[in-house]
Design a protein around this ligand. Structure first.
Ligand code: SIN
Length: 305
């Protein structure tokens, strides 16, 4: 049996496979379908200052090897999450990460203030990369200066727990963005969020999503995610969580080789709710077959030409 344990920003994970924000609800919805003990951690749906209903349907559509979404940050709000969801989640015995969303810097700060008063969380993940809102999200993640301001403000409030920053692939130079997050005080990075996309119904001559554009995820974006994880790992000395098309144990290995310490699984949960929990065993089989004693041995070991 290979050693799958890892430490991310001081948080001990029993394996490097994490359920990604937005595709695993508040975790508890998966009770009875998923053995939580097989997960490295859970990142909950992005939390905002107040509740958000999200965008009208249709807001999800399948694409070749992927999925396009424009959910629009539907969530119960940080206060209701802390009161109604977190106590049950905290009892699962898995590190819980809160994904934090804002329409403004003040919103991010306020959500973090609420969460700082709550017990049961292991870390924060600052969502500066959602492409599905007109304000906030990607507005803060697309430019190094604006990103730095958002991360600095969040850093000044997030005192109890590590602060991860979830980066967008919709940028010119991911290395510059990663450096800006590091300089502003991020403890770790998650990358990537979804790629902006458009799916079209040629017969009705309309977009398939109510909002027109959406965010593309799934196996179709894995090469982009691997590239960006590799570039960011070269640019900053921060632990990185890789995300984007992870669906098998071998995918996990690929992200570790590119410099990730852990991975998040998102879209795969839509075709198989148990996929995330199955990946640690698959990674173990892969490592055994390769005679690799621990997952950590793969980190950053990609041999580039
Ligand atoms: C959404 O809720 O629209 C997706 C969240 C994200 O991309 O961060």
């Amino acid at each position: 049996m290979a050693d799958l344990r890892t430490t991310f920003c001081g948080i001990g994970l029993k394996n490097p496979v994490i359920a990604a924000s937005g595709t695993f609800g508040y975790g508890l919805e998966f009770a009875g379908q998923v053995d939580f003990g097989r997960l490295g951690a859970i990142v909950v749906k992005g939390l905002s200052r107040g509740p958000i209903d999200g965008n009208p349907s249709p807001r999800l559509t399948e694409t070749p090897s992927g999925m396009l979404n424009s959910i629009g940050l539907q969530n119960v709000g940080a206060r209701a999450f802390a009161k109604e969801k977190l106590p049950g989640l905290a009892r699962l015995g898995v590190p819980i990460v809160a994904n934090v969303f804002g329409f403004s810097i003040e919103d991010y700060v306020e959500v973090l203030r609420v969460l700082e008063d709550a017990d049961g969380l292991s870390a924060y993940e600052l969502n500066v990369s959602c492409p599905n809102t007109h304000r906030g999200g990607l507005e803060f993640g697309a430019d190094a200066t604006t990103l730095g301001a958002a991360v600095s403000a969040a850093r000044s409030v997030a005192r109890r727990r590590p602060l991860l920053v979830k980066l967008s692939p919709n940028v010119t130079d991911i290395a510059e963005i990663a450096r800006a997050a590091a300089e502003a005080g991020a403890d770790g990075l998650t990358l990537i969020n979804t790629l902006r996309g458009l799916a079209v119904d040629a017969r009705s001559r309309t977009p398939l999503l109510s909002t027109g554009y959406g965010g593309l995820s799934g196996p179709a974006i894995k090469p982009v995610a691997l590239y960006m994880v590799h570039r960011a790992a070269q640019a900053v000395d921060l632990p990185i969580i890789g995300a984007g098309g992870v669906a098998t144990g071998e995918d996990v290995a690929e992200f570790l080789l590119c410099g990730a310490t852990a991975v998040q699984v998102g879209t795969a949960s839509f075709w198989d709710p148990g996929r995330t929990a199955a990946l640690a065993a698959e990674l173990n089989s892969f490592l055994d077959a390769q005679s690799v004693a621990s997952a950590g041995e793969l980190r950053g070991a990609l041999e580039m030409p």
